[in-house]
Design a protein around this ligand. Sequence first.
Ligand SMILES: NC(=O)c1ccc[n+]([C@@H]2O[C@H](COP(=O)([O-])OP(=O)(O)OC[C@H]3O[C@@H](n4cnc5c(N)ncnc54)[C@H](OP(=O)(O)O)[C@@H]3O)[C@@H](O)[C@H]2O)c1
Length: 281
Amino acid sequence: LSVGDYVVPGRPGLGTMQSHCTASKKDRWIKLDRGMQLFEKCGNFAPAALFQTGGTAYRMLHDPVEHLIRPGDTIVQNAGNSAVGYMIGQLATHLLGARVVSLVRRGNRTEEQCEQLVDELRTHGQNELVVFEDDLPEDNGSNPNTKSALRVLLTEHGLKRPKLALNAVGGRSAQHLISCLVEGGVMVTYGGMSRKPFGAAAPLIFRDIKLVGYWHSRWMTRASVQQRRRLINDLVEMVVNDNVTPPPIKVFPLASFAEALQWDQSGEAIRRKVVFDCREE
Ligand SMILES: NC(=O)c1ccc[n+]([C@@H]2O[C@H](COP(=O)([O-])OP(=O)(O)OC[C@H]3O[C@@H](n4cnc5c(N)ncnc54)[C@H](OP(=O)(O)O)[C@@H]3O)[C@@H](O)[C@H]2O)c1
């Protein structure tokens, strides 16, 4: 490393919420080969939301399902408007040629905000189809012979039955994902935003659905320096080359943390990550 290099922490948590730290050689910083171009393109703050979300999305699209997804295949996810979901849409389209279907919730959004959300996810998030899960009838997946509402919608839009589902929500939402998977399909769970469980006995028995989990911190701890460097620099390369965009953010000075928390709860059409500017004023 030399003075002026752009680096990111090479271990989970290293450097989080602190202005200075000492790190052993083992915790090596990862140098960004095209760091200056990244910051010129996205400004000082957007890269803060790129690596955790983009790294999680990238690995989930590759590790549990190596060579499973072919161009034109469908991938279905929930929390499609989350930062990770935003990266999944773009990476799956760019790297795998897949067609991504996202479940999102209306929540307290107005009709106009819902339209804005769909528009954003289709244009920037590169989603093929956005479905409001509140509009789908309950689906407990117990009857393997009944076509799920989501599966019917996919067919109507000329989309294949998905081989891969990415679940950040759990509960009723995860149930919709499982029900539309192809026989032998895989659902990767990486979050449980609803804090609700889901059942899957019939899909496991009759359709051989596989349920696996993913935790990016574990990958970052176990992967070699070369693997981590490659992942980080691949993400930078895709952003610099205009293939993907980091998730939307909103910047607050650290001193305004109370305002930031309030803003985060207030609900907007497009979800944005809060990024704190920790520079001293
Ligand atoms: N396993 C890993 O390695 C890993 C890595 C990164 C993130 N994660 C997890 O992935 C999830 C998404 O992270 P993120 O940073 O991308 O989140 P984010 O940008 O803050 O977005 C949160 C998402 O969750 C949805 N949501 C919140 N509460 C919900 C509920 N009760 N029911 C249904 N949906 C709900 C939000 O929808 P609305 O906009 O409608 O509120 C939004 O789509 C989190 O659970 C996070 O912990 C896991």
